[in-house]
Design a binder for this molecule. Sequence first.
Ligand code: PLP
Length: 393
Amino acid sequence: MFKKDFPIFDTPLIYLDSAASAQKPKMVVEALSDFYLKDYSNVHRGTCELANRATRMYESARKSVAEFIVADEKEIVFTKGATEAINMVATGYEQLLKPDDEVLVSISEHHANFVPWQQLCLKTGAKFCIFNMKEDGSWDLDDFKAKLNENTKIVAVSVMSNVLGIINPVKKLTDMAHQFGAKVLLDGAQSVAHIPTNVKDFGCDYFVFSGHKIYGPTGIGVLYGAMEALEVLPPYQFGGDMVKDVFIDKTTFADLPAKLEAGTPPIAEAIALQSALNYIQNIGWEEIQKNEKQVFDYLIQKLKNIHQIQFLGNPDIKTGLVSFNIKGIHPNDISMILAKQNVCVRVGHHCAMPIHQFWGVNASIRASLGLYNTTEDVDLFISALQKAIGFFK
Ligand code: PLP
C-alpha cells in the first residue's frame, strides 16, 4: 500500500531488513536535497536570512522530534545516532559513578546498549549487572528485582529487542528502578518505528533512537533526557556552539541542549528526519500498526509451517521482527541463497551476541518489517526460503 512512496521499490526487491535500516520515502530524500539546493547554511552563527532560515528549520526539526516523543524541545539533543546518544550518557557517568555503584542491563541488549555500560564499569570499578530473560524471550522480572538494589545507579534496556521483536514492559521496570533511585535509559532504536513513543508515559530519564530506522536519513539520532537527567551530564565534546564564554584559562558552557551539541550539527539530516516523522504522522499509527500486524501475523503463520524452524523466543509475542534458525542448515548458507533471489534479510548475531549465547547459537536469520511490506513480500520470502531449504536436503 505504501510502497509507491519509496522509489527503491520501483525495481523488484523483497526487503525484510528494516530493523537494520529502513528504506526512505521520496519526501525524505527531497527534504534532504531541497535543503542543500535551496536553504543551505550553517546554523546558530550567521546573520543573513539564509542562515536564519537554516537555524529556524533545524530548530523546527527539534520541535517535531519533541512532539513525536512527547517531550520538551530543550530535552532533545541531536546526535549522530542511537549509539552516540548512549555513549554520551555512559561517558557522562564516568564522572558520576563510584566503585560500589552498579549498572543493570538485560541480556537481550544490542551491543550499543551493552558495551558502553560494560566499559563504563571497567573504567570506574562499578559493577556491571545483567538480568536474564525467560525461554520465551520475555524479561525475567524476578531476576530483575533480585539484581536491583540501592547501589543500582543506572538501568539501561531496550523498549523492543532487535533480535526478539518483543515489546518490553518498560514502564513497570522504570517504576521499580526509580524506587531505588536509579536512572533509566531506554533504547528506542527498534521501537520508534513500530509503536508510538511517549517518554512521559514510559517514565524514563533518557530515551534514544536513530533516524535511519524510522525512514529518516543516516547520521542523525536523538538523545532525550528529562531536564535534571541531562543537566548532570558534562559536555561530551568540546568546541564551537557548546560554549557561553571562552577565556585563556577557562570556559563556561552553553545551556542545554547546545551544551551537548558541539560543532556543526547534522543540519540537513535533522530536517530530513522531521520529514520522516511527518510521513509517519500523516499515515497515522493506527494504520501503520494495523497493516504491520496483518503482514506480521501472516509471516509467523507461514514460518510455523516450516517444520525444521527453530524460533528464538515465542513467535506469538513478537512485533514486527522475528529471528529463527533452520535445523541442520547454517544461517549463512540460507542467506546466500535468499540473496540470490533478491531477498534481503539479516543473518548473523545482529550485534547482540549475549542473547545468542543465551540460546547456545552463534547466529540466526532475522526477517523484519517496515510499513511498506505486504503479504505478497511474505509469500515471495517463504517460497525463496523453501527453495533454500530444499537445496540442502
Ligand atoms: N539499539 C538497538 C536495539 C538497535 O537495533 C540498534 C541498531 O541496530 C542500535 C541500538 C544502534 O543503532 P545505530 O547503529 O543507528 O546507532
